[in-house]
Write a protein that binds this ligand. Structure first.
Ligand code: FAD
Length: 289
């Protein structure tokens, strides 16, 4: 089955998708297949696989895992691909590999600027990568990232939304949002994006926060605002791991219920490769889609 992610939308059911990441450097590749063995029963519309984020095995395993999700698990997949630290030649090789592995969808990203690594300057922004892929003889579905609270490098949200429009104009057919904890921020962002003429489906990225270490790291990376009901929850349960986990699941569940009530295009669950948490959330919301 060949399916572009954008085709999943507008079929009368809200899209529900997952993100997984390749195993960390010291872990075996088999660990991700154990995770996928359990995630498959939650019946997501697609699963995306990150690329080079969080010190993971990067390029090789992303392609292999995304290919296996489609071929062995029968679930549509998307391979993330970053460009800022790659030459045109390296991107060419990767595109060839993705195509030869039967991958249909690419999440096209710039990638973070890493202090010790000098960017290669063949691609400055995700929009350059998207234009490049579109200029080639491939037929990938292209997705891109969006930031309800603005990208941390952007001085203002208007500029960031105008830059987002450039990605869509370059050929992104579907957007997945950065995580957020205040749904109103997402609704306001979608309204502004629509006014700016961004008419592709926008999925809401939901990250269940199940321990306090995770939140410190996440917020420093992406700068998401924390509503007081969220910080109160964290303070109340930070020393009670089981309660913290259940509270985090409940918070993510409430976010999803509210988002579905507002007819969002889709929910993208950052699973953190934790099938137990994903299953608990799915059990809470599955009948609502
Ligand atoms: P861009 O769209 O290039 O935006 C970066 C900055 O440049 C923004 O401030 C934007 O406003 C500005 N900008 C964009 N286009 C232009 C333009 N044409 N002219 C001028 N300014 C412009 N990182 C990974 O390493 N691997 C992953 O797998 C990964 N997956 C992600 C998945 C999601 C859903 C999200 C939200 C992020 C993900 N990231 C991943 C993180 C991402 O790489 C970083 O947030 C990165 O800093 C920006 O990537 P981008 O594609 O949004 O960049």
């Amino acid at each position: 089955m060949n399916l572009k992610l954008a085709e999943l939308f507008g079929r009368g059911k809200t899209v529900f998708s997952f993100e997984v990441f390749p195993p960390k450097r010291n872990d075996s590749i088999e660990t991700i297949y154990k995770t996928l063995d359990r995630l498959r029963f939650l019946d997501p519309d697609f699963i995306s696989v990150t690329y080079g984020a969080s010190g993971s095995l990067a390029d090789n395993s992303t392609c292999e895992i995304a290919s296996s999700i489609k071929r062995d698990y029968g679930i549509e997949s998307a391979a993330h691909l970053t460009c800022v630290n790659s030459t045109r030649k390296e991107i060419d090789n990767m595109l060839e590999r993705l195509q030869n592995s039967g991958i249909e969808n690419i999440m096209a990203l710039r990638g973070d600027l890493v202090p010790d690594i000098t960017p290669k300057h063949d691609f400055e922004h995700a929009s350059d990568l998207i234009s490049y892929i579109k200029s080639k003889d491939y037929d990938f579905g292209i997705s891109a990232a969006c930031y309800p609270e603005g990208h941390p490098e952007s001085d203002d949200q208007v500029e960031d939304i105008l830059n987002l429009k450039k990605k869509v104009d370059a050929g992104a057919e579907h957007l997945i949002s950065q995580l957020f904890f205040d749904n109103q921020i997402f609704y306001d962002f979608v309204e502004k994006a629509r006014i700016a003429g961004i008419n592709v489906p926008i999925e809401a990225g939901i990250m269940p926060v199940v321990n306090s270490k995770q939140i410190t790291r996440m917020v420093s990376l992406c700068g998401a605002g924390l509503p007081s009901k969220f910080t109160k929850m964290m303070q109340r349960y930070e020393n009670k791991p089981e309660a913290m986990r259940d509270a985090g699941i409940a918070y993510a569940t409430n976010q999803i219920v509210d988002l579905l009530s507002h007819n969002v295009d889709g929910i993208h669950l950052y699973t953190m490769n934790n099938p137990y948490i994903a299953r608990r959330i799915c059990e809470n919301v599955k009948s609502l889609f």
